[in-house]
Design a protein around this ligand. Structure first.
Ligand code: PGA
Length: 257
């Protein structure tokens, strides 16, 4: 990948770990991690944000899996950006496929959350990607384009500096199936081209586009060797310190390849 972009590797713990397991996971990650030159973030469940944040000793960024886009008020069960800031959160996921397809979030809601994250000073990891039927119908690029145009509607070029795009083909998430490096590269290159059309060539070459969907230490090096793949968003493999650190090392290795 280009040495101009710092690789980004995020661990999305989803609704996994208990307090003790989360603590032991972050502790092992910090002991094993060798990731100079890589931006690393972990996204624990909401109840553990503070304790995991307190346990972080190095440059690892604390992330949240979701946010709500209003200041405060009658939004039962939701969490505001001020609350996340109090917990030390610096990055948030928006539009994760499980929120889109299991919880039912629309492109419009994803856009409101993404804008809110950026307006309040967070890194927004905007997740996009096609479902299996869409891929089989040849709609991968159209779905990615729709989700990016909608997700970034009203986002300025300067705000875009705090956006990371995670391309995660839905059929590859948690299934053990991974896009081939060539297919992933093709999708990433088209996403970058789209950012160039929507913003500028400089914005296109600066934005980090990371891959997600069954990334593991075994397949990470070949994925990250692709010129437009700038890191990974990791689910299952982020729950094992050895695997997550192996992926971070692959991202580091991509810097010199
Ligand atoms: P996975 O999840 O690595 O378990 O496929 C990726 C994600 O959902 O971000």
């Amino acid at each position: 990948m280009s040495t101009l972009r710092t690789p980004f590797v995020g661990g999305n713990w989803k609704m996994n770990t208990n307090a003790a397991e989360g603590y032991s996971l972050i502790d092992s990650i910090q002991k094993q991690m060798q990731g100079n030159g890589v931006d690393v973030a972990v996204f624990p469940p909401f109840p553990y944000l503070m304790s995991i944040g307190n346990a972080i000793q190095n440059q690892t960024v604390l992330g949240a899996q979701d946010l709500w886009h209003s200041d405060n008020g009658a939004f039962t069960g939701e969490v505001s950006t001020d609350m996340l800031k109090d917990c030390g959160v610096k990055a948030v996921l928006t539009g994760h496929s499980e929120r889109r397809h299991v919880i039912g979030e629309s492109d419009g809601l994803v856009n409101q959350k993404t804008k809110r994250a950026l307006e309040t000073g967070f890194i927004a990891v905007l997740c996009i990607g096609e479902q299996l039927e869409e891929r089989e119908a040849g709609q991968t690029d159209a779905v990615n384009e729709r989700q990016i145009r909608a997700g970034l509607d009203g986002v300025s070029e300067s705000q875009l500096e705090s956006v990371v795009i995670a391309y995660e083909p839905v059929w590859a998430i948690g299934t053990g199936k991974t896009a081939t490096p060539e297919d992933a590269q093709d999708a990433h290159a088209k996403i970058r081209e789209l950012i160039g059309q929507m913003y500028s060539p400089a914005a296109a070459s600066a934005i980090r586009i990371i891959y997600g969907g069954s990334m593991k230490p075994g397949n990470a090096p070949e994925l990250m060797a692709m010129p437009d793949i700038d890191g990974g968003l990791i689910g299952g493999a982020s729950l094992k310190a050895e695997d997550f650190c192996g992926i971070i090392s692959a991202a580091q290795g991509s810097l010199v390849s």
